[in-house]
Design a protein around this ligand. Structure first.
Ligand code: GDP
Ligand code: ZN
Length: 425
């Protein structure tokens, strides 16, 4: 039997109102201890809260929600108190003194909701992301995930997988009985191709991490090209938010910049000099190479012929007379603000597209990895006409999707199965 936990569920005091939640078998007992008695279920009652010595703490609304149809799946009591610091502290102290009660650990209410099947893993992760959301897209996708959008989408995919699998199994049984090699009939290919196309579209959308951490813009090129000056111009107070990132070395400088609602992560690399024997310099060059490999947008300040594939080629020091812009996408100078503005426009164009999502669904990288695993299996199923292999790969595809919801595959298949029964059956 689990113990009973409590915590302040609303924002930090002081505030107009503070909601303290109590979840677990002793929730009703806790209401009784503080409010004299546990109110009837789902009715807000105004009560004086008192500590064990009988001292009045606050006049509060007390609501009792009997489990299991509650947010946590357990008996739940909400105390809507006045939101002053002293009130909240006194109520929490009084709750801590009730036998069997303890302060909740971070995320413990959500964890209980997950363990009691009130929400799926994707919803729990969406809730976590919602608390951290800064940009509009982050907010929208995290809210959708918290409300079960990811779970519903994956649940729908599992339903379709099991429907295809059922047809394939039936076809295999029929082939057995008829004792023929190829019984003809059901062709799973179109349904598999449609599902795979949906998964690939989902995988092409930005991840939760990308929405949160921003588009990685890396400035690279030979020494003295003007990279650091450009970095400083991009990361200056024009930007709404500029934060130095801890742990950066003198080799690679990073800044998180929010500009026109788009989060960026800017990286300035040390000059990519030719091969060197200097140990320190070589480490710097390795770091620069790693940063460049991880770039979403690579800004190359240097000779166009040396630009890595896909890089945006910048001609630097555009303020100098006689500067050569041949072959460059854009001429820039830290000393010419309009060139910096033009670069921001170019970045917004590319980064905006990278952060665009059609629906509301963004997956975390771990979720994407699992979907990619399922997609690989489905791709194998699509490439064969051997129904035995198709059946096997459909099973393989089920597992990572079930894991994405925090379920094992059998449970997910049972859910898909019983989900089709009507209510009351
Ligand atoms: P990095 O080695 O590529 O990072 O280049 P820096 O930004 O450190 O600049 C190297 C030198 O070029 C410094 O002396 C800067 O003052 C100068 N510099 C950088 N950008 C410009 C520019 O836009 N115009 C001019 N005239 N000089 C620049
Ligand atoms: Zn530099």
């Amino acid at each position: 039997m689990s113990d009973t936990i409590f915590a302040l569920s609303s924002g930090r005091p002081p505030a107009a109102i503070a909601v303290v939640r109590v979840s677990g078998p002793a929730a009703c007992g806790a209401a009784q201890a503080l409010a004299g008695r546990c109110p009837p279920p789902r009715h807000a009652s105004l009560r004086t809260l008192r500590d064990a010595a009988g001292a009045a703490l606050d006049r509060a609304l007390v609501i009792y929600f009997p489990g299991p149809a509650t947010a946590t799946g357990e008996d739940l009591v909400e105390l809507h108190c006045h939101g002053g610091r002293a009130v909240v502290a006194a109520v929490e102290r009084a709750l801590a003194a009730v036998p069997g009660l303890r302060h909740a650990r971070p995320g413990e209410f959500t964890r209980r909701a997950l363990e009691n099947g009130r929400i799926d893993l994707a919803q729990a992760q969406g809730l976590a992301d919602l608390l951290e959301a800064e940009t509009e897209a982050q907010h929208r996708t995290a809210l959708a995930a918290a409300e079960g959008a990811v779970g519903r989408a994956v649940g729908g995919w599992l339903d379709r997988l099991s429907a295809i699998a059922a047809q394939v199994e039936a076809q295999l049984d029929f082939a057995d009985e008829a004792d023929v090699e190829d019984a003809g009939g059901y062709d799973p290919a179109p349904a598999i191709a449609a599902l795979l196309a949906e998964w690939r579209a989902t995988l092409a959308a930005p991840s939760v991490e990308r929405l949160r951490d921003g588009v990685r813009v890396v400035i690279a090129g030979p020494p003295n090209a003007g990279k650091s000056s450009l970095f400083n111009a991009l990361a200056d107070r024009d930007a709404a938010i500029v934060t130095p990132i801890a742990g950066t070395t003198r080799d690679v400088l990073e800044a998180a910049v929010m500009r026109d609602g788009i989060p960026y992560r800017l990286t300035d690399t040390a000059g990519l000099a030719e091969a060197t024997d200097d140990e320190v310099e070589r480490i710097g060059i390795d770091r620069a190479a790693t940063a460049m490999a991880g770039a979403d947008i690579l800004l190359w300040m240097g000779a166009p012929v040396e630009a890595p594939a896909g890089a945006v080629i910048l001609a630097g020091k555009a303020d100098l007379p006689g500067a050569d812009h041949t072959g460059a996408d854009l001429a820039v100078s830290a000393r010419l603000p309009h060139t910096i503005a033009a670069l921001w426009a170019l970045l917004a164009d590319r980064a905006g597209a990278m952060l665009t999502i059609d629906g509301d669904m963004a997956l975390r990288q771990t979720q994407r990895d699992r979907l990619a695993e399922a997609a690989a299996a489905l791709d194998l199923a699509r490439r064969t006409t051997d129904l035995l292999i198709v059946a096997e790969q459909l099973r393989v595809a089920t597992r990572p999707l079930a894991a994405l919801l925090g379920k094992d595959a059998t449970e997910a298949m049972l859910d898909a199965l019983f989900g089709r029964f009507c209510l009351g059956k």
